[in-house]
Design a binder for this molecule. Structure first.
Ligand code: ADP
Ligand code: MG
Length: 357
């Protein structure tokens, strides 16, 4: 769209930094780096929710910053986020906030089995521990360093799905189709669109919830809301990413407007349009583990074999070192129908060593 971009990221090998017009290799709280970003940019957004809200607030004195520091403050903190869901009329899994040792006594016996999650800085299942019963709570909390946490009741999931919405400064909102997600070890593994197990009625409820959350935050930008579908048909909000989300990456190849274009449009104050899904899609995340299927020396997966298949779109992020559990890229398989997308995805998975979808 003709914009120049600058990226602030401490990592000299930052994938985004490598493809931007300018890379400011500074920490998120580095005053000189922040000043340089203000000098370089007319409008600023974040791709990572753990940029300190104070940095966003400092930038917002001089420049347009979306999402706002206030929105990010809510999404950075699980207890605040859940309170915001309930305030917006959006149900979530029952939870207790644990901040002081006394709080451990307040948890009802019926709340177990549960999952303990640190209120801040968790992602990809990090900062989370299973708590099967009341007796395991104190050691679990201690093992997370007794930091502020939420203790969430473990719910009976039949499916996980998410939805990306974008909201402009004028309050106009658009959404992408809901996507169904499969997590493995707490990390997103596979996304499928259209979502095979999500009815139009459930999708509609999730859309309403996501839009209620965005509107009550007076949110500007792209956000993704993760949901749980329970056996009895209940839809619960899990968490919000105040940015484009891994589960929305399929939109690059399967929609006429991607989540990233929506992010640019919200930031630049351009009109938002509802993206059209033009292909059925399966997205497979590429974790660093795939580089080590033959042993401890990193070996590049056989991309030419994968790229010989129809409808395969390979996205490698250019991270310098593969590591187990690290997201190195993703593959989106597009097709005219879900059965074909699914079948090619199975073949790709088999070639590179992912357990089949
Ligand atoms: P993260 O920030 O790591 O994505 P999440 O809260 O989304 O953390 O949890 C990661 C995954 O763990 C979820 O996608 C889901 O598969 C599982 N999970 C989280 N909370 C619950 C819950 N209350 N009941 C059942 N499964 C859960
Ligand atoms: Mg999550």
């Amino acid at each position: 769209m003709g914009f120049r971009t600058a990226v602030l990221d401490l990592d000299e090998n930052s994938p985004a930094g490598m493809i931007a017009h300018a890379h400011i290799a500074a920490d998120y709280v580095d005053a000189a780096g922040i000043a340089l970003l203000v000098e370089e940019c007319e409008a600023i957004t974040t791709e990572f929710e753990n940029v300190p809200a104070s940095t966003l607030a400092a930038l917002a004195i001089h420049r347009r910053v979306f999402p706002s520091a206030a929105s990010v403050t809510v999404c950075q903190h699980r207890a605040r986020e859940k309170a915001h869901f309930l305030q917006s009329g959006v149900p979530c899994a029952p939870y207790f906030v644990l901040e002081a040792p006394d709080d451990l006594q307040k948890v009802a016996p019926a709340h177990f089995p549960a999952i303990l999650k640190s209120s801040t800085l968790g992602y990809d299942g990090k900062g989370q521990i299973n708590v099967p019963d009341a007796g395991s709570l104190a050691p679990a909390w201690a093992s997370l360093g007794s930091v502020p946490c939420v203790l969430e009741k473990r719910v009976d999931l039949v499916a996980e799905f998410s939805i990306v919405v974008a909201r402009g400064h004028d309050g106009a909102m658009v959404h992408l189709p809901v996507q169904q997600n499969l997590h493995r070890d707490g990390i997103l593994a596979i996304t499928q669109v259209p979502a095979p197990d999500i009815s139009e009625q459930v999708a509609g409820r999730a859309r309403d919830h996501a839009k209620a959350i965005a509107a009550s935050l007076d949110y500007v930008g792209v956000m993704c809301v993760e949901f749980f579908l329970l056996r009895d048909g209940t839809v619960l909000a899990n968490e919000v990413a105040p940015r484009p989300h891994n589960s929305g990456h399929y939109s690059i190849d399967a929609c006429d407007v991607s989540q990233f274009e929506l992010q640019v449009r919200t930031l630049a104050g351009l009109p938002l349009v509802t993206p059209r899904l033009h292909s059925h899609a399966v997205m497979l995340n590429l974790l660093g583990d795939l580089w080590f299927v033959h042993g401890d020396t990193a070996v590049e997966p056989p991309w030419p074999t994968v790229l010989a298949l129809p409808g395969v779109h390979l996205h490698l992020y250019g991270k310098s070192q593969p590591r187990r559990g690290r997201k190195m890229g993703h593959v989106t398989i597009t097709a005219a129908d879900s059965a074909t997308a699914q079948s090619v995805a199975q073949t790709v998975a088999q070639i590179i060593g992912i357990s089949p979808p």
